[in-house]
Design a protein around this ligand. Sequence first.
Ligand code: FMN
Ligand code: SF4
Length: 597
Amino acid sequence: MPNIEEFIGDIFSEIGEAPDLLLQYLHAIQHEYSHVPEEAIQLLSERLKTPPMKINAVIDFYSFLHRTARGEYDIRFSDNITDRMLGNQLLFKSLCKKLGVEPDVPRADGKVTVSLTSCTGICDQGPAMLVNGLVVSKLTEKRIHKMVGRIEAGIPVANWPKSLFVVKDNIRRKDKLLNDDIIKGSAIGALAATGGEVMLERLENSGLRGRGGAGFGSGLKWRLCRETEADKHYVVCNADEGEPGTFKDRVLLNSYADELFEGMTVAAGIVGAKKGLLYLRREYLYMREALEKTLQERREAKLLGKKILGHKGFNFDIEIHMGAGAYICGEESALIESLEGKRGIPRDRPPFPVTCGYKNKPTALNNVETFVAAAKIAVFGADWYHSVGTSQSSGTKLLSISGDCERPGIYEYPFGVTIRQILVDCGASDTQAVQVSGAAGSTIPPQEFYRKIAFEDVSSGGSFMIFNQQRDLLKMVLNFARFFTHESCGFCTPCRVGGRLLNDLVEKVMVGYATRYDLKEMERIGQVMKKTAHCGLGSTAPNPILDTLAKFPGIYATRLHNTSHTPAFDMTKALDVSRLLTGREDEGAYVERTDEY
Ligand SMILES: Cc1cc2nc3c(=O)[nH]c(=O)nc-3n(C[C@H](O)[C@H](O)[C@H](O)COP(=O)(O)O)c2cc1C
Ligand code: SF4
């Protein structure tokens, strides 16, 4: 292992020395030492003039950063509900048993740590895991068995068979966006030919709305950014894709990276940015090398860097910044905090990033799919785009389809497609519910399958998870409640406390101890969170509970306890000490409760 001081010196000379690069330093250090050692924290603190406490707070905020070593093999099992439906729990237990480890605890010989992690974006090829950042998909008992053999034999992950690490695009349906190819550089050429104002009008006329979920008009966003006076402007691409069940950006990053960077460059030309940043979720680390290669090829082709395509004064380049496993960093202001090397705590808004974003400068921040669409609109024009879709939702939408269907994968549809049509196309039958737009989205029952995917009807960031009649929907609700409890940044009380209370109440329903009063409490807490949470995470977290309470009351009613009130905690466990002290073992000293689910 290299000397830490020298190692940090090398990183500083390679990527520069600035507090906003803290997260990137921590990634590099962890990659080398499998954690961030105390000595490194002290050295960073001295060089960046930042208190060690602040650095520790950043490390502790992100799931993929650690102050204790995880060993030569760092394994994280994806734990989305779709992984669970494919049997990840048994495989997880089996791996832990074979390796002789407890979850989250490094093995005594320091060789390996196994943990669960939030959705890794491989739901169409699950169950999936990450081993030292590489994806192993379609896990089976046989794969686990062989993996254990390689770990025990000390074979480095780099020498494991390449076939283990294949992630397919799985594109099942293409429409305008994925079908109509553009020549590399043609969108930038179109911008140079028309000028920024005309290109901006083209985007506005296309009706393109943000594909990250909120659906804000992209043309308007870029106009506000362009018209905000400042010495610097920035373009940021949100490739955090943490919403459970979403993996369409994974495919765009893998196979449409040129179009993405082209779209970012067009945005830069319009808003006047010289620097762009791609915020890539840590789970997609395995794509970084290829993305850097594409960036380098574009620099060589004069599509990035100084004097783009020979145009004096058109200078723009893109850097990749890695996230570190925090869903909240998909929220735009938290993402900017993270880019600035801090914990991803959402900012007060307004001001919005478009006028006061990265380094408090006007920032055009968009989703991967939005930039890809913008590049194509720049070439083919506004009419090409809004010739499909609905009046309020022009163009197409990529859906990541997973769960109970024969053909999971990526489907591109014009907006306005019905949920029923999608279910037919992907081979779903006997469907009990569809969860559209991830854990924060809507739970759609069969009587609403006539509804359309569109901003004015069922809006979607891209996730489409299918549950058949055999599934216990409450398990989905519990999986999402746990997800939100884990991913809450903790800044505001409605989300930090409300999320935990909801989680506990769902568990109470699960074990058969909830009453009608508890259901009313869930409804009340959910509404409080919706109205008072500081950001979108807290205001959408109760959605699956509120939706299922209203549309699937049976999953709760069949489990209710027949009294009007039961305690929120396990009385029997709580009375353990009292029984010990009083020596009571009679029936009356126990309140029966089994918290197994
Ligand atoms: C908790 C939370 C997570 C989010 N995650 C993402 C994400 O992973 N990717 C994304 O593009 N937008 C995400 N968003 C939406 C962003 O805040 C923002 O609206 C979006 O990136 C803007 O790009 P667009 O206009 O192209 O959609 C998230 C929002 C919230 C509240
Ligand atoms: S709503 Fe949740 S995630 Fe958002 S600021 Fe509050 S605690 Fe953080």
